[in-house]
Design a protein around this ligand. Structure first.
Ligand code: NIG
Ligand code: FE
Length: 412
């Protein structure tokens, strides 16, 4: 058995012997900590922790000294599109000149631009590029990530993307969940007849994805100018037959009914949420669906900010994720997201940490194995550089506070 003891930890964060599956409302400010602590890892699993006065015998164990350093669970980034063919800075310039996300999309830019490049993209190259992005986000402290398809928009190319994600799952130490997002945009050939594309998603893509067991979840971009609530419902109903739970893009561009539609279909999460009012909050309160805000996309596209405070103060849980993608959020840096959470969304530092750990894990169905420092969970851990406080993490935006990332008990 491999044993690793981390000792002299200045502050062990989000550590408890039993941990809730998600935290909501006022409890989002609670973050159990142990000062001057030790942590034991056995065969890649957290086996115990406690104060230094009660450190167990360190015989046969590898020892790591974490003096002046904090130890936290790794970030769980529950919403990304990090398999993509190339960056899209041309649109970025158009955007700076004043074109909206929808105008860019209407001109065949946006998602359709990535989809065009994705058709010819070499599978090995896609894999290598995505692997590099994964390695980069690990350096920023991410230990679990959800990755979506949705730049294929043909059966063959959606499958190609999902196979790349499957290979990443097998070859990367990061815990990965994959989501089938065939309904990301209506491809040009179906312009004028989007229902026909929805039929293709339901009758051809979904069965093929399920047959190869390529996805854990299903997603639809349910918003103005993309897919209607009727089309979304049809896709989610069909996906339920294959046990694919929804995690959907909703209410980024309008009060689209996307949040309620997701909840009706027992979505694990609804994501974006710029247009969230009382009705949407009430619907969420009646559900187990996790609200997920994507600060990077709102920042990059100059959108209005989702009402994070109202959501939490209503007693709901909240997750923050990167939305890492080439069009609306070209960064997978969760530390920046944590800072945005506090600076732009007025979340307290402890709330932001809960949002990107246990709640992020819940938004991927991983709350039993990740998201806190709890015996029995995977040893996916961040060792920080010497830092003075928890508050310093969102405060020092732009600085990488992570010194080492440990995944499955192994230093990366
Ligand atoms: O989450 N909103 C929809 N989809 C992505 C954007 C993808 C793209 O522009 O390539 C998002 O922001
Ligand atoms: Fe997205």
């Amino acid at each position: 058995m491999s044993k690793l003891i981390i000792k002299n930890i200045k502050l062990l964060v989000a550590a408890a012997h039993t941990f809730p599956e998600k935290v909501a409302g006022k409890a989002m400010q609670d973050l159990p900590v142990v000062e001057n602590a030790w942590l034991l890892i056995e065969d890649g699993i957290i086996a115990g922790f406690g104060p230094m006065e009660k450190i167990p015998s360190t015989e046969n164990a590898e020892i790591m000294d974490a003096s002046d350093r904090f130890v936290l669970p790794t970030w769980c980034d529950s919403h990304t599109h990090l398999v993509f063919p190339q960056s899209r800075e041309v649109e970025y310039t158009d955007k700076i000149k004043g074109l909206s996300y929808e105008e860019i999309a209407k001109r065949g830019g946006g998602i359709l631009n990535s989809a065009k490049n994705m058709q010819e993209a070499d599978e090995n190259q896609l894999f290598a590029d995505a692997m590099q992005r994964l390695q980069e986000i690990v350096r920023w402290g991410t230990g679990a990530v959800e990755i979506k398809s949705g730049y294929g928009l043909t059966t063959a190319t959606e499958l190609k993307m999902l196979r790349v994600i499957k290979r990443l799952k097998a070859e990367s130490p990061v815990t990965i969940r994959s989501t089938f997002l065939g309904a990301h945009a209506v491809p040009t050939e179906f312009k004028g007849n989007p229902d026909k594309y929805v039929d293709l998603v339901i009758n051809e893509m979904l069965p093929a994805v399920a047959a190869e067991q390529l996805a854990d979840f299903v997603d639809v971009f349910c918003d103005r100018g993309f897919f209607s609530i009727g089309q979304t419902s049809k896709i989610l109903e069909a996906a339920a037959k294959y046990d694919l739970k929804p995690k959907i893009h909703a209410n980024e561009l309008d009060f689209s009914g996307g949040i309620q539609t997701g909840i009706k279909h027992k979505a694990l999460s609804v994501d974006h949420l710029e247009y969230t009012g009382e009705e949407e909050i009430n619907a969420l309160l009646e559900s187990d669906t996790m609200p997920v805000i994507l600060p990077g996309a709102a920042f990059f596209l100059n959108l209005k900010y989702a009402p994070a405070r109202k959501i939490i103060d209503a007693g709901l849980p909240l997750t923050l994720a990167t939305d890492f993608n080439p069009g609306s959020s070209p960064s997978g840096n969760m530390q920046l997201i944590i800072s945005m959470g506090s600076i732009l969304y007025k979340m307290l530092p402890r709330e932001t940490i809960n949002a990107v750990t246990i709640n992020g894990a819940y938004a991927m169905g991983l709350q039993k194995e990740l998201g806190s420092i709890t015996p029995g969970k995977k040893a996916n851990l961040i060792i920080t550089k010497p830092i003075p406080s928890i508050e310093y993490i969102p405060y020092a935006y732009g600085e990488n506070k992570v010194e080492k990332t440990i995944l499955n008990g192994i230093v990366q």
